[in-house]
Design a protein around this ligand. Structure first.
Ligand code: G3H
Ligand code: 13P
Ligand code: ZN
Length: 312
């Protein structure tokens, strides 16, 4: 099966009350860990590449590694550009064979966001590629741009119909309290997503797939392991998984996870070197790191996304 777009995946997810995991990929072990878990559980999958990941691994390697995963697993896999920052980046990914792109003009004024997004949609649709857009601003760090909690803003539901109808985008990322990175909520506070905003958006866009960015849960076992083996991660708090499960049962069809993969990988490698300080063969520490990613993704698929068994 070749790479697919998310169109059919989202239709099934919307009506089935589950979501597809969109996992960020940066190298071979991450791609293998994610896709092995999805293959075991027969889960549809979105593998997403950020501009930073593309710069790190170069544009050919990640594409070819994802193609290898398609051959190895036979799964329906979407290759998606995460946080495309311009028409040119989106165009370049479409030329490379991505089946889905995100144009993130959420920091721009409403009219400008519409204009840029519509331009990307026109080009993408002409090439059989789907487009995710964003309304509202998440806090956190992405591609080295830091947005403080004070500068973040929830999506205004009254804007979504105009935005979607004027841009023609295929899915919409909204801000309901999630944020990028490992430090999402203040220590001591009780994380709570704005389900009222999600409900209002869904009411105004019936049948339309909604996307949640910044949806890592930041498992404390990994934070503790990192700190036990020489790290220093104070007050790292993520989105509660039961709230993500609830969102997946509503109109949210795509849930983005990157930080949890980073935590699983880093905690496992730190532990490995603490226990085996003489090791210097990369395979010795990347193998358990890949396995930790596989276990993490399997847990997300079954307990958070609910998309196990939905691949075919
Ligand atoms: O939302 C951002 C993703 O976690 C990707 O992060 O730009 O550091 O690759 P990155
Ligand atoms: P996390 O940092 O919560 O994993 O979010 C990832 C993301 O939104 C990628 O676009
Ligand atoms: Zn994101």
């Amino acid at each position: 099966m070749p790479l697919v777009t998310s169109k059919e995946m989202f239709e099934k997810a919307y009506h089935g009350g589950y979501a597809i995991g969109a996992f960020n990929v940066n190298n071979m072990e991450i791609i293998q860990g994610i896709t092995e878990a999805a293959a075991d559980l027969k889960a549809p999958l979105i593998l997403q590449v950020s501009k930073g990941a593309r710069a790190y691994a170069n544009r050919t390697y990640l594409k070819k590694l994802v193609e290898a995963a398609v051959i190895e697993t036979g799964l329906p896999i979407v290759l998606h550009l995460d946080h495309g920052d311009s028409f040119e980046t989106c165009k370049s990914c479409i030329e490379d064979g991505f089946t889905s792109v995100m144009i993130d003009a959420s920091s721009k004024p409403f009219a400008e966001n519409i204009e840029i997004t519509r331009k990307v949609v026109e080009y993408a649709h002409d090439h059989g590629v789907v487009v995710e857009a964003e309304l509202g601003t998440l806090a956190g760090i992405e591609d080295e741009v830091k947005v403080s909690a004070e500068d973040s803003s929830y999506t205004h539901p009254e804007e979504v119909e105009e935005f979607v109808s004027k841009t023609g985008c295929d899915s919409l990322a909204i801000a309901i309290g999630t944020s990028h990175g490992a430090y999402k909520f203040k220590p001591g506070t009780k994380p709570q997503l704005r389900f009222d905003v999600l409900e209002e958006v869904s009411k105004r866009l019936p049948g339309f797939p909604i996307v949640l960015h910044g949806s890592s849960s930041v498992p404390q076992e990994f934070v503790e392991k990192i700190n036990k083996y020489g790290g220093n991660m104070p007050g790292a708090i993520g989105v509660p998984e039961d709230q993500l499960r609830k969102a997946a049962s509503m109109s949210v069809c795509k849930i983005n996870i990157d930080s949890d993969l980073r935590l699983a990988m880093t905690a496992t490698i730190r532990e490995h070197f603490a226990l085996h300080p003489a090791d210097f063969d990369p395979r010795q520490y990347l193998k358990p790191a890949r396995q930790a990613i596989k276990e993490m993704v399997a847990h997300k698929i079954v307990d958070v996304l609910g998309c196990d068994g939905k691949a075919f």
